[in-house]
Write a protein that binds this ligand. Structure first.
Ligand SMILES: NC(=O)c1ccc[n+]([C@@H]2O[C@H](COP(=O)([O-])OP(=O)(O)OC[C@H]3O[C@@H](n4cnc5c(N)ncnc54)[C@H](O)[C@@H]3O)[C@@H](O)[C@H]2O)c1
Length: 323
């Protein structure tokens, strides 16, 4: 097998490239460098500069590198930006995927792992979200991931491609400081940012129907997520046909915003009291995965806890922000 990893020079992609190459898989990365840190990639992983919107380039890469499977991570991922620029998000996330699927069909590539998101669910009122919980995304980003899943399954049926859609929950941490997320779009870097500025972390609403009144989420270490990709790739490459698997990737455990901020305080040594601000529109009280189907289908479970996640993210933050 040779795997093409699109978006492989991004935060999650570089972890996936490293985990797969480290486990002996042959990988090549395609990235348009729009949000990449190419130095994240191991030196023995080839990086091809190109976009998933460029069909001829994709066909060239698939053929020249003898690609037999694709791990598709390349996408735009900022919710607020997707609300402001929905056409761009549909063009790049759904259009880029359609172009990739056409190129795969033309080149005879029959295995695809698609990077989806818990954003496909929207805000379901359930204790644990299973893969059968109805999908009702609440922003264009989540819509492009759900439309992407539909397209993946339809193309899989039409062109004989085995597919796995992984719905990631809240990704955090780093396998090594230099691989850390450099963006400040998720809660962990947002709290680090506040602390680094000498400001108190913010909690948006502490009157939710949860044990401590703050929102509860399922945080997953990016190194565990990368291992899930390796397990899914091996399932796709194996003899038993994968068909069209769709799997939640989370820990199956809820952590409240207040609990997370306490762990960040312990790890950073800056345990200042958070300030409570009004609720943000659109935040669900609770979003926690059932991780049972992934365990059953892939033999994979997350191994790293929230403390390890935060500690590794903090090391990366210190490296990138010079603290
Ligand atoms: N980070 C999260 O918490 C999270 C959660 C759920 C799902 N996801 C999904 O995981 C994937 C990776 O996310 P990430 O956090 O690593 O993001 P990222 O922005 O760090 O990485 C995306 C990579 O894709 C590249 N890219 C973007 N558009 C491209 C295109 N058209 N052609 C080629 N390369 C392109 C970028 O340069 C970047 O290197 C995305 O599909 C995202 O939607 C992320």
């Amino acid at each position: 097998m040779t795997w093409l990893i699109t978006g492989g020079a991004g935060y999650i992609g570089a972890h996936v490239a490293r985990a797969m190459a480290g486990a002996g898989e042959k990988v090549v990365v395609l990235d348009d460098l729009s949000a990449a840190v190419p130095a994240r990639l191991p030196s023995d992983v080839p990086l091809v500069t190109g976009s998933t919107l460029d069909g001829p380039r994709l066909r060239e890469v698939l053929t020249e590198h003898g690609v037999t499977g694709v791990v598709h991570l390349a996408a735009r991922k900022q919710v607020a930006e997707s609300v402001a620029e929905p056409t761009r998000y549909y063009q790049e996330n759904v259009g880029g995927l359609a172009t990739l699927l056409d190129a795969m069909a033309a080149a005879g590539v029959h295995r695809l792992l698609f990077s989806s998101s818990a954003a496909v669910y929207g805000n379901p009122d359930v204790d644990l979200i299973t893969e059968d919980t109805p999908c009702a995304p609440v922003n264009p980003y989540g819509e492009t991931k759900l439309a992407g899943e539909w397209l993946v399954r339809a193309a899989g049926r039409a062109y004989g491609i085995s597919t796995v859609c992984l719905r990631y929950f809240n990704v955090a941490g780093a396998a090594a400081p230099e691989l850390a997320d450099t963006g400040v779009f998720n809660i962990v870097p947002m709290v680090f940012d506040r602390l680094t500025r000498g400001e108190a972390p913010r909690i948006f609403g502490d009157d939710y129907p949860t044990p401590d009144g703050t929102c509860v989420r399922d945080y997953i270490h990016v190194a565990d997520l990368a291992e899930a990709h390796l397990a899914a790739a091996r399932r796709l490459a194996g003899d038993a046909p994968a068909g069209d698997l769709t799997l939640n990737i989370g820990r199956g455990e809820g952590v409240s915003v207040r609990e997370l901020i306490t762990v960040i305080g312990e790890v950073s040594g800056d345990g200042r009291e958070p300030v409570v601000e009004p609720r943000r529109p659109g935040d669900a009280p609770r979003a926690v995965a059932s991780a049972e189907r992934a365990a059953r289908e892939l033999g994979w479970r997350a191994r790293r806890d929230v403390h390890e996640m935060v500690a590794s993210a903090w090391e990366g933050w210190r490296l990138h922000h010079g603290k």
